[in-house]
Design a protein around this ligand. Structure first.
Ligand SMILES: O=C(O)c1ccc[n+]([C@@H]2O[C@H](COP(=O)([O-])O)[C@@H](O)[C@H]2O)c1
Ligand SMILES: Cc1cc2nc[nH]c2cc1C
Length: 353
């Protein structure tokens, strides 16, 4: 099995020459320059990851890390943690929100039980449980360092399995009641922002519970004092198995040379932790949309990622990645199929150098 250290030591920056050639291809297509905006930049990034301007969008899947979070016992969520298993079960059966959207986009959905507290029975779920949920970070660290590394290595192993199955573009998502609390805690530490600035209402909270959520995060960070320079430490003290699994997935995608599409707030928090662990990972990531949660835009900015979609979405499950896939297919149809200025005999007065 690949260890976290093997992967960190082997990840290289994406291929800048291939990305530059993809940029030149876009600039030669007979259309207004840069007129597909973020979609052009997404395909340029994919060319860099794939090491060639001859991009393959190919087979798409969305990996969904499902886990429970001990912090839920502090009353920071609208629903109980049993919802994690219920939604994961539906995902395994192909009937959750992301499954409906992914079916339209022609993508497979791969739910992974990396830490659901209870058991699930759907044969569609990949069972890779590291623990039965995390601990309450107000009382003790959410996970041990050992559990955190195991969750990161599980994510890496899932990326390897997706590579073996021939997927050339991976979306990512999560299902975990309470994971906007852990994500905001992780982002508060990594972005050095007060919890009040990076905390939202998650899947829905009244004002009293929202205030409690902020003070739980403040107190949790004070008590656990995670080391902001050490992504593994931050994940273990105030993160979760879903976040660590996603961070591992991003490290694995970089290792196996697969572009990884983020979903919302939770994916962005996990991605920032992955980049703290191995900075070269950032070149392998694509944003899909900007989450309506207050820290969504801040996290993407810190990652240097530009979302193609701003639709006020905050559903999770990888729905943002599902929404981006058809847009990438359309962008590719233009990139690959369109005539150039030269072929259309359209003269550019100021040809690009
Ligand atoms: O992706 C987002 O930006 C996002 C924002 C708010 C909520 N969610 C979803 O809602 C769940 C977490 O919300 P909560 O309130 O239980 O922390 C989790 O299963 C996520 O998939 C997701
Ligand atoms: C029902 C439900 C479905 C979800 N999907 C992602 N997060 C969710 C949270 C809830 C509460």
């Amino acid at each position: 099995m690949l260890t976290l250290q093997n992967v960190i030591d082997s990840i290289k920056e994406p291929d800048q020459a291939a990305a530059d050639l993809a940029r030149r291809r876009w600039d030669s297509v007979a259309k207004p320059l840069n007129s597909l905006g973020a979609l052009e930049r997404d395909l340029v990034r994919i060319a860099g990851v794939q090491g060639t301007p001859r991009i393959t969008i190919g087979n798409k899947a969305i990996v969904v890390m499902c886990a429970d979070n001990g912090i839920v016992e502090e009353g920071v969520t609208q629903t109980g943690q049993e919802v994690t298993a219920i939604v994961a079960e539906h995902m395994g059966d192909g009937t959750s929100c992301v499954c409906r959207m992914a079916a339209v986009a022609g993508a497979e959905v791969i739910p992974v039980d990396i830490g659901i507290a209870g058991e699930t029975s759907s044969p569609g779920i990949l069972r890779m449980k590291v623990a039965r949920g995390t601990r309450n970070f107000l009382k003790e660290p959410a996970m041990s360092r050992r559990e955190t590394v195991q969750a990161l290595e599980t994510g890496i192993a899932v990326a390897g399995e997706m590579s073996r199955r021939g997927f050339t573009l991976l979306g990512s998502g999560e299902m975990g009641i309470g994971n906007t609390t852990t994500s905001s805690a992780v982002l508060s530490v990594l972005l050095e922002q007060p919890p009040s600035r990076v905390t939202g209402r998650g899947a829905g909270l009244d004002t009293t519970s929202y205030r409690r959520k902020i003070s739980v995060i403040e107190e949790g960070i004070r008590l656990r004092s995670p080391d902001k320079g050490d992504g593994v430490d931050v994940l273990s003290k105030v993160g979760g198995l879903d976040l660590a699994g996603l961070a591992g997935l991003y490290l694995g995608c970089a290792y196996f040379g697969i572009p990884a599409v983020l979903d919302g707030l939770i994916c962005a928090a996990a991605a920032l932790a992955a980049v703290r662990i191995c900075p070269a990972v950032s070149g392998y990531l694509l944003a899909s949309h900007v989450s309506a949660e207050p820290a969504g835009a801040m996290a993407l900015e810190a990652l240097g990622l530009e979302p193609a979609i701003n639709a006020g979405m905050c559903l999770g499950e990888g729905t943002g990645a599902a929404a981006l896939f058809p847009l990438l297919d359309m962008a590719f149809a233009v990139y690959d199929g369109m005539s150039t200025f030269g072929e259309m005999q359209v003269e550019q007065y100021q040809p690009l150098k």
